[in-house]
Design a protein around this ligand. Structure first.
Ligand SMILES: [Zn+2]
Length: 88
């Protein structure tokens, strides 16, 4: 992995969970949006999570913070641990 552009650390999955509502609302600053999408490009579990969020919005009409927490965040944590367990 190239060492260029390391001024800002890459986002980790937990940050994706926290930022996804802003991302889907179009509320993320341009720089954060780029980091978000860069993480998604290399992270199938976050891509799946984003797809799940889009589906939630489609079904409910809008995404509320209450829809996300805490059960869905916990579910995502389980999903993520599962993926990691398979990868190692
Ligand atoms: Zn991720």
């Amino acid at each position: 992995m190239p060492l260029r552009l390391r001024r800002q650390p890459d986002l980790v999955c937990q940050q994706i969970v926290e930022l996804v509502t802003d991302y889907l609302d179009g509320a993320l600053p341009r720089a954060d949006r780029g980091r978000f999408e860069r993480h998604l490009a290399g992270c199938p579990q976050c891509t799946a999570y984003l797809a799940q969020m889009r589906e939630t919005i489609r079904l409910t009409g809008r995404l509320r913070v209450a829809d996300l927490s805490p059960a869905m965040r916990a579910d995502f944590g389980e999903l993520y641990r599962g993926w990691r367990a398979e990868a190692t």
